[in-house]
Design a protein around this ligand. Sequence first.
Ligand SMILES: NC(=O)c1ccc[n+]([C@@H]2O[C@H](COP(=O)([O-])OP(=O)(O)OC[C@H]3O[C@@H](n4cnc5c(N)ncnc54)[C@H](OP(=O)(O)O)[C@@H]3O)[C@@H](O)[C@H]2O)c1
Length: 290
Amino acid sequence: MKKLLVTGASGFLGWNLCQLAKQQWEVYGTYFSKAVEIPGITPVKADLREYQEVKRLFSEIEPAAIIHMAAQSSPNFCQTYPDESRLINVKASSNIAGLSADYGIPCAFTSTDLVFDGRNAPYRETDAVCPVSQYGEQKVMAEQEMLQRNPKVAVCRMPLMFGFAPNATSFIQPFITMLRDRQELRLFTDEFRTPVSGTTAAKGLLLALEKAEGSLHLGGKERVSRYEFGRLMVEVLELPQDGLKACRQQDVPMAAPRPADVSLDSSKAFALGYTPLSMREELEALRGNV
Ligand SMILES: NC(=O)c1ccc[n+]([C@@H]2O[C@H](COP(=O)([O-])OP(=O)(O)OC[C@H]3O[C@@H](n4cnc5c(N)ncnc54)[C@H](OP(=O)(O)O)[C@@H]3O)[C@@H](O)[C@H]2O)c1
């Protein structure tokens, strides 16, 4: 099997990607602060902010392809610590694209729907970017630098993702804990996304690695508000529903500004064979695991 280098294997999406990728690839998965043990994956510790470490990964592993997911993925953290987060979100990504060009190997990168300002959804790949947060700004910079250094990079704009990983959490785990603990969980009625599960997103990334160059949207087929998502989650996962309450974005001040609707139009990916399940089916598949 050919070698695939996966950055961010210790993260939520990284774990989901490794589960699928190891069926077709010999996978080398990087971690930074959280040592990761995934059966069938060779773990590699690396601080990707250091160019020498990235270079070493390429020269020692000699991968046939790379999927770059490692990031500081919290918009609120990036807003508060822009200089620190830029090193992993922009500099490391740019270096990885440069090396993927030098080695002549395919590279897929996880950008975000937050490159848009939320005023003109649903967004297609051809729409102009207009981020409202530091995190969105950093992903835009990463996209542009990566494509400048290697125009063949598949820049995958990921939607909100949910699911299970033994060593990391997606946004639903704290929600589930709060509801089970009979705490109040307030979710926005005026913030819309096109979510997918980590498994679906991982399938999309593997497809993009094989078939895409440039920007590709990997959103789901349904547009929902956070509150609507919460209602469906409560129903499908049979959670206590008393704590679930509706609220608006303005009711919850946060460090990073939040766009209202960054739903993605992912028809380009659907035409390539990307087939997200319905959100109900995605949640049903998580029963017993979350
Ligand atoms: N989750 C979402 O809903 C969502 C939505 C849109 C886009 N995305 C993007 O999708 C990707 C994966 O997201 P995720 O939710 O799986 O993220 P995550 O769970 O926060 O994982 C982040 C990963 O990056 C690694 N990392 C952080 N700093 C590093 C450094 N200096 N050197 C090497 N590795 C470093 C972490 O390693 P350690 O944990 O070992 O330190 C971890 O493996 C990210 O690029 C994110 O921006 C996510």
